[in-house]
Design a protein around this ligand. Structure first.
Ligand code: SF4
Ligand code: SF4
Ligand code: SF4
Length: 353
């Protein structure tokens, strides 16, 4: 299934976080803002009025569970509108038993970030005091895994785990995880710098492919951010180009996780909450511009043999690194094409978070 089939309303609950991951693309400055619930309710109402099935994704340019009370209130509001609403969360997995239990009882799809081996996770994903959280995360993965419809782990790959992707699979097997996606590090939104452990995409792809085959022997799905459209033709790379709403803590509607605040990535922002009148004002011209980011409109992709199985890649990364959504991240192309030779057409059992 092409990734654009993931038609969800993403709520970026807070920019505050309980971790200080070394490669975080959201930068170090945290205003510790949190989402306005009236804005969220307006957006849910609009989402349903626009004919969408209610599918809510809790996310953040921080850790969403820090706003646990708001998650519960949003959940309650949504369930009252549609008893069959679907809920997803992407979290760093650092929360207490009370939250773990609530997530298990109320969320359908859970994605937890964990970088594979305990040592690597300790290095990349620690607290502000550099203390380890791996035990807590592992405990929560084990607890939630057997209690929700789908649980997957999202691993970020850098120099420390590039050649340890088989070990990531072993670790996930030990934790009982059946779905894993890996991503490369993103450049920081704003200053566009990568953390020093950034790796070559092609080298990642080669190691990923070996680990994917290894995972198959263990009945584990190991997917990559590069392969998210490999089993269905599409002319847009993901939900961003539909666009699907992502609500920011400063009251904007963005089409992408990376457009999490006003300022840097303006092409991604297409709506604003009008607090006084309690309604969202959408910018139809910006919506048209976002929808025009199809692979057919990207000059660099015209002669690409896999253009409808990639569709130009992530627009958030494209605008962050090149200044416009009508561009691509060229350094990924060789790796995507390399993987396509082996994996094009293989079924994708779970959509990337
Ligand atoms: S948990 Fe997520 S938001 Fe928090 S520091 Fe790590 S990567 Fe950034
Ligand atoms: S970060 Fe990339 S894949 Fe994620 S929503 Fe934005 S464009 Fe889509
Ligand atoms: S691999 Fe590169 S050239 Fe081909 S469609 Fe994707 S972004 Fe465009």
């Amino acid at each position: 299934m092409a990734h654009c089939r993931k038609k969800c309303l993403s709520i970026l609950l807070t920019d505050d976080c309980n971790l200080k991951c070394k490669y975080c693309y959201c930068g170090e400055e945290r205003k510790k803002d949190s989402i306005n619930l009236d804005f969220v309710k307006c957006a849910i109402d609009d989402f349903v009025k626009q004919g969408n099935k209610l599918f809510i994704r809790f996310f953040g340019n921080g850790e969403p569970t820090l706003e646990f009370d708001k998650i519960k209130e949003i959940h309650n509001y949504a369930v009252n509108i549609d008893g069959n609403a679907i809920f997803e969360i992407q979290t760093n997995g650092v929360f207490n038993e009370n939250i773990a239990e609530w997530i298990s009882n109320n969320i359908d799809i859970v994605w937890i970030s964990y970088d594979g081996t305990t040592e690597v996770n300790d290095f990349y994903r620690a607290t502000f005091n550099n203390t380890s959280v791996s035990n807590v995360v592992e405990k929560n993965i084990r607890y939630i895994n057997t209690r929700v419809k789908e649980l997957g782990v999202r691993a970020t790959i850098g120099k420390k785990n590039l050649y340890k992707q088989n070990e990531i699979i072993d670790k996930m097997e030990e934790l009982g995880v059946k779905y894993i996606y890996s991503d490369l590090m993103f450049a920081d939104v704003g200053n566009k710098l990568y953390y020093e452990d950034e790796i070559e995409p092609l080298e990642y792809a080669k190691e990923f492919l070996k680990a994917r085959k290894y995972a198959e022997t263990k009945n584990i799905y190991y997917g990559s951010f590069f392969t998210i459209n490999f089993d269905e033709k599409t002319n847009i790379s993901c939900r961003a180009c539909l666009p699907m709403p992502h609500l920011t803590v400063d009251g904007f509607v963005s089409c992408c996780d990376m457009g999490y605040a006003e300022g840097e990535l303006q092409e991604l922002i297409y709506g604003k909450y009008d607090k006084k009148n309690n309604k969202i004002i959408y910018d139809n011209q910006k919506i048209k511009n976002i929808q025009a980011r199809t692979v057919d409109n990207l000059i660099q992709c015209q002669n690409c043999e896999i253009k409808y199985y990639c569709a130009g890649g992530c627009i958030g990364e494209a605008i962050n690194e090149n200044g416009t959504i009508y561009s691509i991240k060229e350094k990924n192309c060789e790796a995507i094409k390399f993987l396509a030779k082996e994996l094009l057409g293989e079924k994708i059992p779970i959509l990337h978070p």
